[in-house]
Design a protein around this ligand. Structure first.
Ligand SMILES: [Fe+2]
Length: 291
């Protein structure tokens, strides 16, 4: 029994107000709740997908994966424990806060908090409406989107996420950042989405390299691109990735890590074979800078 999809992400951010404006205006996310120390956002029929909580880290706070039943949650817990991972069954207070029927939590080898849940809250009675007019985001069986972790020890992280949580390797890119530095990036899937998680040892000390939202219409990417351009917040130009074939650009968030805003990725299929690449993009994705 393995995890099924990414359910939600949580960030610890120093400027909640900036994130509320950014999420609504630039990304087109729908705010579901906001108090002084926290804001949560929707991108589909789920009650929330992204939580930003007040703090100084400006980094990933937690990732939430989901399984389809209580039995599957127990199975994943046992699978992790069999590998020596300490797994905590969270109480009703956190389950209620996350809006799920049950969850467990643990730390990955880099110390990132990982939650596994079942029974998330659906709110079909309040349709998702993007404040920026985004057509919608690709979620469903493919989950929230993807995120990329900067880890000190890729082998330990792969052992946790593949052998522990049950993700599968999609492919590898050896990303040449300079003559002196090539970073090997591992792309992992747990459903049709080409990668839900990627990891590598990047320069920089944030755990979160970027997270990705996949729009359902290409024009949504174009509209967002123009808004980031207007603010001088492009991190990397429009381009198409070699491995998932997604057309996307990267923009700066108020927390110093990037957001990838994309469309049109291909999915992993049955009989998928692991391959490797020397290039991260077919064209484009010219690096501009982070803020
Ligand atoms: Fe990405």
């Amino acid at each position: 029994m393995s995890i099924q999809r990414l359910s939600y992400l949580g960030f610890e951010v120093s400027d909640i107000a900036a994130w509320r404006a950014f999420a609504a205006d630039k990304l087109g996310l729908m705010e579901s709740s906001a108090v002084a120390h926290r804001a949560r956002f929707r991108i589909d029929s789920r009650a929330w997908r992204l939580s930003v909580d007040k703090g100084q880290a400006d980094d990933l706070s937690f990732s939430g994966y989901e399984v389809d039943s209580e039995e599957a949650l127990t199975a994943v817990k046992k699978r992790l424990e069999a590998r020596g991972v300490a797994v905590l069954v969270e109480g009703q207070d956190i389950a209620t806060d996350r809006g799920v029927l049950g969850l467990v939590s643990c730390k990955d080898p880099a110390g990132n908090r990982v939650e596994i849940c079942y029974g998330p809250t659906e709110v079909f009675e309040t349709p998702f409406i993007s404040p920026a007019g985004v057509s919608g985001f690709l979620t469903g069986d493919q989950g929230f989107g993807h995120y990329v972790l900067n880890v000190p020890d890729a082998s330990a992280a792969l052992d946790f996420y593949i052998k522990g949580l049950g993700l599968h390797l999609s492919d590898i890119i050896d990303w040449k950042l300079s003559d002196e530095l090539t970073v090997r990036i591992y792309f992992l899937h747990c459903n049709g989405r080409h990668h839900t998680l990627a990891l590598g040892s990047f320069p920089g000390d944030k755990a979160l390299h970027h997270f990705m939202l996949e729009a359902t219409q290409f024009d949504d990417v174009g509209f967002a691109l123009e808004k980031f351009e207007a603010d001088g917040a492009i991190v990397a130009t429009l381009g198409r990735h070699t491995n998932d074939h997604m057309v996307s650009f990267y923009g700066a968030t108020p927390s110093g890590f990037a957001v990838e805003y994309g469309w049109g990725a291909r999915q992993v299929e049955t009989n998928w074979s692991v391959v490797r690449y020397d290039k991260i993009s077919v064209w484009g994705h010219r690096f501009i800078g982070l803020g």
